[in-house]
Design a protein. Structure first.
Length: 324
């Protein structure tokens, strides 16, 4: 039986399986982090014959998927690109200058005095390593990991959780040492996401996962948000690269549905760790190549199992009208 991934325009639900959130490979806490999609991306890369290839995130943020794919041997090389100078400073210093980064890490404890000192550094220092470490420290000690979220527990530490609540030094050190040991497999870039996407979409044995700032909530969560024109330009770039291997996720808005009408994809529920277990519906869009690979996986599963549902669960969704 032939299975077809629905068109974005039909707003059907695609039943994307989410991986456990407990196995986070990234040292950063990230609002809107997509680690839970790592098992699904692994399936897509394997089905596309890209196992052992390069995995690229043009809007990387916490890069949780990238690090899991590298750790699990699905990707042999990962590209972490982010335009935010502090996000970049973190990745660049932790990956490319690990001795200096780990020295700073080992020397500080998560206290209120240290939080004040790191906040001063991020406001005043020009030193990239100091800024990279300060971004990391504040990401681990601020509410929800947000730059202007304020310290966990408040300055007087009267809250239920304290400044150290998300700062398990031994676990964080392991994650930082992983970066240090894999520096030769990780490229860290500070380009515009669309340029990074264009650059890698044409490369062989490469999978690109695009997770741009949201159309609706972009500016409140991140330092950067895209203009409507930038969202439109990105869609144009992806349209020109329908034959490449990529997946895109977005917030479900009128604009995103309009831009990706005619592409394979649909809606799926995603639970955010940043905003108090809020669940939102996101839009997943696939390139033609990725969607064909996905269809083959689903067809094989159906033949093997003789059932309607497989681990991807999209079989049901793909064949059922389920308007949002
Ligand atoms: C939705 S987040 C990505 C979250 C990431 N997928 C994760 O799992 O952690 C979007 C990221 O894009 C970055 N960003 C914003 N505008 C950008 C641009 N024009 N080019 C590249 N990165 C950009 C932000 O700094 C933010 O880290």
């Amino acid at each position: 039986m032939s299975i077809r991934i629905p068109d974005v325009a039909s707003a059907q639900h695609v039943d994307i399986p989410l991986s456990s959130n407990h196995d986070v490979a990234s040292p950063l806490r990230y609002p809107g982090g997509k680690s839970v999609l790592s098992g699904f991306v692994q399936t897509l890369m394997s089905a596309s014959g890209l196992k052992g290839g390069t995995y690229v995130e043009p809007y990387a943020g916490g890069a949780g998927i990238a690090l899991r794919l590298l750790r699990d041997g699905i990707a042999s090389r990962i590209v972490i690109n982010d335009l935010d100078p502090d996000v970049y400073a973190f990745w660049d210093s932790a990956v490319n200058h690990p001795d200096g980064f780990l020295r700073r890490f080992d020397a500080v404890e998560p206290t209120i005095d240290e939080w004040k000192r790191q906040r001063r550094i991020i406001r005043e220092s020009d030193d990239p390593l100091d800024r990279g470490f300060a971004f990391f420290f504040l990401n681990r000690t601020n509410r929800s990991g947000v730059a202007d979220g304020g310290v966990i527990g408040g300055l007087r530490q009267e809250g239920r959780y304290k400044v150290w609540a998300r700062y398990n030094k031994s676990k964080l050190r392991d994650k930082l040492v992983f970066l240090a040991n894999h520096g030769q497999d990780i490229d860290v870039l500070n380009m515009d996401g669309m340029e990074a996407a264009s650059e890698y979409l044409s490369r062989k044995k490469t999978f690109v996962y695009i997770d741009p700032p949201y159309v609706d909530k972009g500016s409140s969560l991140y330092l950067n948000a895209l203009t409507e024109q930038q969202h439109r330009d990105l869609a144009g770039t992806l349209e020109r690269n329908r034959a490449a291997a990529w997946m895109l996720t977005y917030d479900d808005t009128r604009l995103t549905r309009e831009l990706y009408t005619g592409f394979p994809g649909g809606l799926f529920p995603l639970r955010y760790s940043a905003a108090s277990h809020r669940q939102a519906t996101e839009l997943a869009v696939f390139s033609d190549t990725t969607s064909q690979a996905l269809q083959k996986v689903m067809e094989r599963r159906e033949t093997d199992n003789g059932t309607e549902t497989g681990p991807l669960g999209m079989e049901r969704a793909a064949n059922r009208a389920n308007p949002a």
